[in-house]
Ligand binder design. Sequence first.
Ligand SMILES: [Zn+2]
Length: 208
Amino acid sequence: MFSFNSKGACPDCKGRGVIVTELVFMDPVTTTCEACGGSRYSEEALSYSYHGKNIVDILDMNAEEAEEFFSGCPKIRKAVHAMVEVGLSYLSLGQPLSTLSGGERQRVKLAKYLDKRGNIYVLDEPTTGLHASDVQAVMELLDSFVKRGNTVIVIEHNMDVVKLADYVIDIGPDGGTSGGEIVFTGTPSEMAWHGKTITAEYLRRSLQ
Ligand SMILES: [Zn+2]
């Protein structure tokens, strides 16, 4: 009932929220569905509410708001709290997956594994598009994975991430086709002290 792809769909627009009118010699015209006002839901689905909010209001909430709103509902609160823990508190519950950045999608996946141990995770630039404060949140998250007995391998250019690694494998000497060789391996502090690579130079600069 609370999925617009299923039983809860508005019967007029079939859950699309818009009506597309095909015109013979012109581009199709898209208008907001009048029956549901673009909400995608049937009248019946919209008639149900929880603490004064219907399904559309709830999908509009971000994870942080939802965590508070569902504080009396442990099952939902736990799922939403996982989103907050992976630094996605600003995402709304109804946000389509297709609109997430690569880094956000990786973190959504990680949210599922928060209580697992003994796994190896390989992440490709998980901090892309993040503010400095969110990078911190992701690093704390990855640290918590390691503390729980998992291995985390991160491909990153961000020095705030490199500096917090236990071990760095620097691949170079340059980018693209001029790279591909291992030019340094060691801890971040070893790299800062005697690394002779481009990354080592950036690492030293970021520590100043
Ligand atoms: Zn509709």
